[in-house]
Write a new protein. Structure first.
Length: 77
């Protein structure tokens, strides 16, 4: 997110708030007056990739905890 917001500030002089940057990445709603350039699009794609990786890894960690807990018999100890 920092890389993307810094690029938008540098390129357009607009300080993007974190919720606004997240909405841009998820819903593809950029600030209305920001014209997307090649650099902005590339930065946005890297940000989306980071978000998807985070989401995937958090789901994997949650699933592995549930699976480990379910495989242990409740009276094993």
């Amino acid at each position: 997110m920092r890389e993307h917001t810094a690029l938008v500030l540098e390129e357009h002089g607009y300080a993007t708030a974190p919720p606004e940057a997240l909405r841009w990445a998820i819903d593809d709603h950029s600030p209305e007056w920001v014209s997307e350039s090649e650099k902005t699009q590339a930065s946005l794609m890297r940000y989306r990739e980071a978000l998807l990786t985070f989401h995937r890894e958090s789901k994997r960690a949650r699933y592995s905890k549930k699976k480990a807990a379910a495989s242990q018999h409740p009276r094993a100890l």
